[in-house]
Design a protein around this ligand. Structure first.
Ligand code: TEU
Ligand code: CA
Length: 544
């Protein structure tokens, strides 16, 4: 399978490294750290957007797809980044936000002036100021339509009001976007990540949703596969590494998005496994993670995608998610053990692993104590919504504290120096105090660190066909404490056992001593030796 050997490192430039002392990470900061990224052994870097943008959603509100936001640097910097990464055998993947663009984009500005051509680039509906066309809810809270009085029209924004949805039904829009891909391909970019790309087709129509928030009308629409095939074919990017961010999708659709013979995308991100701690699917209602559900989801996605020759992107963390070690592990007593166990769970599966900046250090949630510390538009909107719903400030802060996207956006922790070695001034967003212990400088020196464990995992994938291409089946299926699977290839077998509890637990299918008696050898773990039971957050990889 293509890209079965690869690992991707995700960078959120704003929070990665600040080279010019303005407190905001930048392109030059990434260039300065390329040797560090090379030392991880990854083949690709995916960077989130640094194109011209008012930054209402930190660059996911693009105002010009072909120019660099001066906050992050210049086109010359980006060209140098591509060339310097290339010298190190690393390909760059750029982030294409094609479901919507910023309302500051020239297209939208001309639409606002009433130009027919550009009105058709967006989803405008005639109407009265007090009655939005549908009751759909924006992903960032509130109704998903905004009224423009002088046009007497509403426009759709599935995200922030400053992110207007593009009209993919219009062939001119599709041509514009293909051209953006050609532009970056010509610059030497090796691949693309497509933002919420399964939301682009709205051809199911604009109908009130009396059961949900509207997503069933615009997710995985009827023309989505047609649009993707056309985009990939006409822009000449088929065969490059591509990943689609698929919001609330299904396995059946991902089989098509990433199927080997479909010529759509190389792989898909899906998010069901990151909702197992949402109470009744509500991100803003806290619940302890349901490990039984998590395990079932991994099994379904791993097994069914494999049967269909489709391909998963494997990940725990990104710039929209709280930190995995704080969420599914233990960022206190078993910090190191649980971070390693979580890493092994995904890295040894079938798919392409993604490492999000700082994950390889075991970076934790932000631990903010006041709403003033938050920056994310979604967190700030929902804080207000939670208060309106009658939550106390303390309750609302607790929820935001666990669920905010800012948990994943604190500055990369490079060293114990002031400002975590990220900048020489106060950063745009503050760091948790633990940067003094959790940082690159400390972990590079410690052979037993989380950082060195990640490097080991990348190498294990690179050197072992069984990890790249082996079959996968799940074991310990009725055991809700443990996530465990078997990889097999040409008579070889690996067993991966992960304890998701902070307590000792026993295996149900086969005891640890039975594995040993049958000749299995431990080849990787996060504790010394083999005990009678799995220790808290213990990981064991056996080979036979
Ligand atoms: O995210 C899509 C998305 O829907 C989420 O991950 C979102 O953050 C979550 O549903 C909110 O609860 C992508 C980008 O990764 C994100 O940063 C952007 O804000 C969003 O699209 C809009 O472009
Ligand atoms: Ca800077």
């Amino acid at each position: 399978m293509k890209f079965s050997k690869s690992c991707v490192y995700q960078i959120y430039p704003r929070s990665f490294a600040d080279s010019n002392g303005d407190g905001i990470g930048d392109i030059r900061g990434i260039i300065n750290k390329l040797d560090y990224i090379k030392s991880l052994g990854v083949e690709y870097i995916w960077s989130t957007p640094f194109f011209v943008s008012p930054q209402n959603d930190n660059g996911y509100d693009v105002a010009d797809y072909r120019n660099i936001d001066p906050r992050f640097g210049t086109m010359a910097d980006v060209e140098e980044l591509i060339a310097e990464a290339d010298k190190r055998g690393i390909g760059l993947m750029f982030d294409m936000v094609f479901n919507h663009c910023s309302t500051s984009h020239e297209w939208f500005q001309r639409a606002l002036k009433g130009e027919e051509k550009y009105l058709n680039y967006f989803i405008f509906k005639d109407g009265e100021p007090d009655k939005p066309p549908t009751n759909w809810v924006s992903k960032f809270g509130g109704n998903a339509w905004e009224y423009v009085p002088n046009l007497k029209k509403w426009y759709l924004h599935l995200f922030d009001v400053s992110q207007a949805d593009l009209n993919w039904d219009n062939p001119e829009v599709r041509e514009e976007l293909k051209d953006v891909l050609r532009f970056w391909k010509k610059k030497g970019v090796k691949g693309f990540r497509f933002d919420v790309v399964n939301l682009i087709d709205k051809s199911r129509g604009f109908i009130d949703d009396n059961e949900g928030d509207g997503r069933r009308f615009y997710t995985d629409g009827p023309r989505i596969h047609e649009y993707l095939k056309e985009l990939v074919r006409d822009s000449g990017i088929d065969g490059m590494i591509t990943v689609g961010e698929m919001s609330s999708t299904s396995i059946d659709n991902c089989i098509k998005y990433s199927g080997a013979d479909e010529h759509e995308l190389s792989m898909t991100f899906s998010f069901h496994h990151l909702k197992v701690d949402y109470l009744k699917g509500d991100k803003w209602a806290l619940m302890p993670a349901d490990i039984g559900a998590l395990k079932k989801l991994f099994e379904d996605w791993q097994v069914r995608m494999a049967q269909a020759n489709a391909w998963n992107a494997l990940f725990w963390c990104n710039h929209d998610q709280p930190r995995a070690v704080s969420r599914f592990g233990d960022d206190g007593k078993y910090w190191k053990e649980s971070a390693k166990m979580l890493a092994a769970t995904t890295h040894l599966m079938r798919g392409t692993p993604y490492i999000y900046q700082g994950e390889e250090l075991g970076m934790t949630n932000a631990t903010y104590t006041s709403i003033e510390q938050y920056r994310d538009v979604e967190s700030l909107n929902y804080y207000k919504i939670l208060l309106e719903q009658g939550k106390t400030q303390e309750e609302a802060l607790k929820i935001i504290g666990e669920r905010s996207r800012d948990n994943g956006r604190t500055p990369m922790q490079w060293s114990a120096e002031k400002y975590a070695g990220f900048s020489n001034v106060e950063a745009w967003i503050s760091s948790p105090d633990n940067y003094r212990e959790i940082n690159v400088a400390v972990e590079e020196k410690d052979p037993d660190s989380i950082l060195n464990f990640y490097k080991q995992l990348v190498k294990i994938r690179e050197e072992n066909k069984i990890v790249q291409e082996g079959d996968i089946s799940f074991i310990e299926r009725d055991n809700n404490d443990v996530i465990a699977y078997r990889r097999t290839l040409d008579g070889a077998e690996w067993i991966i056992l992960c304890n998701y509890r902070g307590t000792e637990t026993s295996l149900q299918d086969k005891t640890l001593s039975a594995y040993v008696d049958e000749g299995y050898k431990k080849i990787l773990g996060n504790f010394e030796g083999i005990a009678e039971n799995l220790r808290p957050y213990e990981l064991i990889v056996f080979e036979k």
